[in-house]
Design a protein around this ligand. Structure first.
Ligand code: SIN
Ligand code: FE2
Length: 214
């Protein structure tokens, strides 16, 4: 673990696997700004519960920014250029979000990361996400940058096989996880969120996931 001093906050970088890093507190300096923009975004782009191919509603609610937005339907998972709820194209990823995603990718050793989607997952108490691989994109050469805001989550980070042992991380407000290269396909998930209270977001966790779709 390499600890360094960043904006008077202690941050640390923990390697989880080849190409995968937990950047603790990396987004703390921008966290309030991220929350403000998200709260604004939710007014016209309210997060929706997506469906699984098995016909279940996901427990998280989801919205997006970018050229593409992630959707889950009974016909499968994928990306669309329009928000089915507003019938409008997704709004562009704010420059400040792009900047943060690029800085985090660079910290993980990934140069020139230009995401074309930012998925926003909103977790209420009890929301969870089962172990899965991110494989709805066409460009696997690019990493995934995941930013946590609000109340904590236990994040599971596994390996290339669903049965591989997982590492449990408690992700808190401002934490970033970057994974790519050899770990781009690694299984990951989120345990049911425990009751808690965050001064800005309340009883909610928001996760931003930046990816390159095409
Ligand atoms: C995801 O895998 O899409 C979300 C991960 C997280 O919420 O931390
Ligand atoms: Fe994922």
């Amino acid at each position: 673990m390499i600890a360094d001093l960043f904006s008077e906050q202690m941050t640390s970088q923990v390697q989880l696997a080849a190409g995968a890093y937990w950047l603790r507190g990396f987004a703390l300096p921008q966290a309030d700004m991220l929350c403000d923009i998200l709260t604004q975004h939710f007014v016209d782009n309210p997060p929706q519960q997506m469906m699984t191919p098995m016909g279940y509603k996901m427990s998280v609610r989801t919205t997006s920014f970018g050229q593409f937005g992630w959707v889950g339907t009974e016909r499968g998972y994928g990306y669309t250029k329009k928000n089915a709820f507003t019938k409008q194209p997704w709004l562009p990823i704010p420059d400040s979000f792009l900047d943060l995603a690029q800085q985090a990718a660079l910290q993980g050793g990934y140069k020139d990361f230009i995401p074309d989607t930012c998925l926003v997952n909103v977790y209420e108490v009890g929301s969870k996400m089962g172990l899965h691989q991110d494989k709805d994109e066409q460009d696997f050469s690019q990493p995934i940058v995941s930013v946590s805001l609000g109340i904590p989550a236990i994040f599971l980070f596994g390996g290339a096989k669903r049965s591989d042992k997982t590492t449990k991380l408690t992700l808190t407000h401002g934490d970033v996880v970057v994974w790519g290269g050899a770990s781009r396909w690694f299984y990951h998930g989120v345990n049911p969120i425990k009751p808690d209270q965050h001064p800005v977001l309340g009883k909610v966790r928001c996760n931003l996931t930046f990816r390159k779709v095409i």
